[in-house]
Design a protein around this ligand. Structure first.
Ligand code: ZN
Length: 403
């Protein structure tokens, strides 16, 4: 019996390894194809641009294309620079949060090429001209991008979603930033505010804060999940049962908020290197109590509250912070909304004005889709964009400074 079990374990380990390698292979292949696709498109455009584009009034074909949804344009993007020549002004949305406007087509394309992912909107005609947001076909019903996007059991994140702009915490290690492991990655914008938070924690005389988990790629999630399934199968559960049981304790691949790079697990470490376990009692530690009262001021929320488990589908996790940015963190904290509730609230209200604790006034507008004509006309008028984010479904939330 012992021998048999041992051999089975070996076999299971081998299967798990093959599984992980297959995933890695797929990801490598995916990016290879993806990148060459994007670059070949832009290379064509820029080389033809060098030959100077000819003013062309025959734009009917691509005017139609511009009315399509972004993902349809991606599948069939206009081939020649001439096809864009009637558009006079462009807005490029970089990674869904930064907005730049251009009067020169050349400039817009160079920028778009640099950032790889962009949506170009013609401001004059208020039309969507081009989008290469094609990683997980952003901005359709599977849209996941921006600080507010929802990831939970019912709103998966695709295996293709990876961090574009990130900070490696190893390079940022300091008296206030203490990462548990090497090479922990975090979304750049979230890091910026986390570093302010950490400095203030330290300044308040709390010197035992430990960052235990940040970005967790899809492949790691599937590895963790599969390892748990295998362990249960070793205990004689069949695969289906094992998957059901594992899903209760480990996030199914694509359902972890850590894949967004916007989630951080924080705990404490004492002088002897003892780490406080990730349990509800963390809230009673000096760090846990500080985060509970103050993290919202830095754009973070305690994502999984005790009284919201039936909505979030996750147990109480006082150690798990999610970056949503300002003023959203403050509103969620003050109205006691979890992210699911807050997004529903925005969809219902459509437009709210909010004065934050630091005196900054914001305007938050909800749109049913990225191709909403209202959104495009708002983008045309407003210069004071704070952020643009998907709600994880079809909706889009635009946050503006209110002068
Ligand atoms: Zn977490």
């Amino acid at each position: 019996m012992y021998k048999y079990r041992k051999r089975k374990n070996k076999k299971n380990k081998f299967i798990a390894l093959v599984f992980v390698l297959l995933f890695l292979g797929q990801i490598v292949l995916f990016y290879h194809i993806e990148d060459s696709f994007i670059y070949s498109k832009f290379d064509n455009i820029s080389s033809s641009f060098k030959n100077k584009f000819v003013q062309n009034d025959n734009n009917t074909k691509y005017a139609n294309a511009a009315e399509k949804r972004p993902n349809e344009i991606i599948k069939n993007p206009p081939e020649k620079i001439e096809d864009y020549s009637s558009y006079e002004q462009f807005i490029v949305l970089e990674n869904s949060s930064v907005l730049r406007s251009f009067t020169s087509l050349n400039e817009a394309y160079d920028f778009a090429r640099e950032i790889k992912e962009s949506i170009i909107i013609d401001r004059k005609d208020e039309k969507l001209v081009y989008s290469n947001f094609d990683r997980s076909i952003l901005w359709n019903n599977d849209t996941k991008a921006g600080d507010l996007f929802l990831v939970n059991k019912w709103n998966n994140i695709t295996s293709e979603y990876t961090l574009e702009e990130f900070v490696n915490l190893t390079a940022k290690r300091s008296k206030s930033i203490n990462p548990r492991l090497e090479n922990m990655l975090l979304d750049s914008k979230a890091y910026l505010d986390l570093s302010k938070l950490a400095e203030d924690v330290y300044a308040d005389g709390i010197h035992n804060m430990l960052i235990t988990s940040t970005y967790r790629p899809y492949v790691t999630q599937s590895h963790l999940f599969e390892a748990r399934v295998q362990r249960l199968m070793d205990q004689q559960y069949d695969r289906e049962e094992a998957i059901d049981i594992a899903a209760k304790v480990v996030a199914k691949p694509g359902t972890s908020e850590h894949q967004t790079g916007l989630a951080v697990d924080i705990t404490t470490i004492d002088k002897n290197g003892n780490i406080h376990p990730l349990t509800g009692s963390f809230v009673n530690t000096n760090v846990g109590a500080w985060l509970k009262d103050n993290s919202w001021k830095y754009g973070f929320v305690i994502r999984y509250q005790e009284e919201k488990t039936n909505i979030t589908g996750i147990i109480y996790e006082p150690w798990h912070l999610r970056y949503v940015g300002m003023p959203h963190a403050e509103i969620m904290y003050k109205l006691n909304y979890c992210l699911e509730e807050y997004l529903e609230y925005l969809a219902k209200e459509q437009h709210i004005n909010y004065s934050a604790y630091n005196g900054i006034k914001y305007s938050i507008v909800y749109f049913d889709s990225i191709s909403s004509p209202d959104l495009i006309s708002t983008l045309k008028q407003k210069e004071n964009i704070v952020s643009l984010s998907s709600d994880g479904k079809a909706g889009v939330i635009l946050t503006l400074l209110n002068k």
